[in-house]
Write a protein that binds this ligand. Structure first.
Ligand SMILES: Nc1nc2c(ncn2[C@@H]2O[C@H](COP(=O)(O)OP(=O)(O)OP(=O)(O)O)[C@@H](O)[C@H]2O)c(=O)[nH]1
Ligand SMILES: [Mg+2]
Ligand SMILES: [Zn+2]
Length: 355
């Protein structure tokens, strides 16, 4: 294996040279288990930890390695290593973690394309597609929608679903697949490019791992039948994992997500809802919220049917989440700054007492 097979490129090599990393091994994080990382290098896989310095100076979750990262590391023996530096990421997929508002979870980094997987049988939902799309758009990751389990519905229902998507989402490729009949597999294999990184996004039970396993040709991820009595998926995949496919593509499987909160989607929402955003420039009031103002071009377009009402409502909901996220983030920054000052004064006092 060469590093290029894992997605290594000239930009990363330039960073390595610029930072004098000759004495280090270079690898890509392929799995993460509670602050322990599996890093793949040309000399095999290493179980790695971060340096104490990296932990100590980390300001947020983003300062820790994540699956997809390129890192420099020092190897010990044949299978243990210490991660020394994280290379700059060209993309980072993150979401708002459930519960603790303000805490962001990294799904994967250095991803070129995301497969947004949604099953067509039950629970199909265009709002959720728009949500994942927004995350992709704010992450600089190109989205591809994958409709799974098409073996479970008839042709009529399938066209209905595709129409409902096309009414709201333009210019995003749709691939329909069945992991049972293998319909659509040729199409999905055909778009996977060598050396590019793909990431599976979607709710639990939609068939991400089944697809991941079939594509990789070896059973890497556990999959499980859905409980028949409740018809609810259990979360089967509990960690993220990156692997190289036979055709040279690189793919990351992910645990299903129950909730996909919007974190930092400044441009994400604008790209996903570009029509609403461009209409809003014609609203009478500059600070129009598009909820009840007169002379609102967005509301007019909803009334006339030019903009889908459900899409409009989904946009407003995510705008609110984004605003909430930004205000809690600002609050946290204020707190951290205050804490930083206290620590600085504390250290100064400590030094004074030294002599
Ligand atoms: N009928 C049918 N069943 C499928 C298909 N794809 C997956 N399944 C079944 O759906 C169940 C869940 O599949 P998984 O691949 O584990 O789903 P997942 O998205 O990885 O779920 P999490 O790991 O929990 O996020 C398994 O029982 C699969 O056999 C499909 O295309 N058609
Ligand atoms: Mg899974
Ligand atoms: Zn308006």
């Amino acid at each position: 294996m060469r590093l290029e097979d894992l997605g290594y490129n000239d930009k990363l090599e330039q960073f390595r040279l610029d930072n004098n990393l000759d004495s280090f091994a270079i690898g890509r994080v392929i799995a993460e288990h509670k602050e322990r990382y599996i890093v793949k290098t040309v000399n095999g896989e290493f179980e790695a930890e971060i340096t104490g310095n990296m932990r100590f100076s980390a300001k947020s979750r983003e300062d820790f390695p994540a699956v997809g990262d390129w890192v420099s590391l020092t190897t010990y023996e044949s299978d243990f290593a210490v991660i020394h530096k994280i290379f700059p990421r060209f993309s980072i997929i993150k979401r708002q973690a459930v519960g603790q508002f303000g805490e962001v979870q990294i799904i994967a980094t250095n991803v070129d394309y995301a497969f947004i997987v949604q099953a067509v049988d039950r629970d199909f939902n265009v709002n959720r597609l728009e949500r994942y799309l927004t995350i992709c758009n704010s992450s600089k990751v190109r989205p591809i929608m994958v409709l799974s389990k098409i073996d479970l519905i008839d042709k009529r229902r399938f066209s209905e679903i595709v129409e409902s998507i096309k009414a709201r989402i333009k210019n995003v490729p749709i691939i329909a697949i069945s992991n049972e009949s293998l319909d659509g597999y040729e199409a999905i294999k055909a778009i996977i490019e060598k050396g590019k990184t793909y990431c599976m996004l979607g709710s639990s039970g939609v068939g991400k791992s089944t697809l991941f396993n079939s594509l990789s040709g070896k059973p890497l991820m556990r999959t499980e039948a859905i409980s028949k009595s409740t018809n609810k998926g259990r979360h089967v995949t509990s960690h993220r994992e990156l692997t190289i496919l036979e055709n040279g593509g690189i793919i990351v499987d992910n645990p299903g997500m129950r909730e996909v909160g919007i974190a930092d989607s400044t441009s994400g929402l604008e790209i996903t809802f570009d029509k609403i955003v461009s209409l809003s420039q014609h609203c009478k009031f500059k600070d129009c919220t598009h909820i009840n103002e007169t002379g609102c071009s967005v509301l007019d377009a909803v009334e006339s049917g030019e903009i889908d009402r459900a899409s409009y409502e989904n946009y407003l909901k995510m705008e609110r989440e984004k605003a909430h996220f930004e205000s809690t983030l600002a609050e946290r920054r204020r707190r951290d700054k205050k804490f930083g000052k206290i620590m600085k004064n504390f250290k100064k006092d400590m030094n004074k007492d030294k002599f």
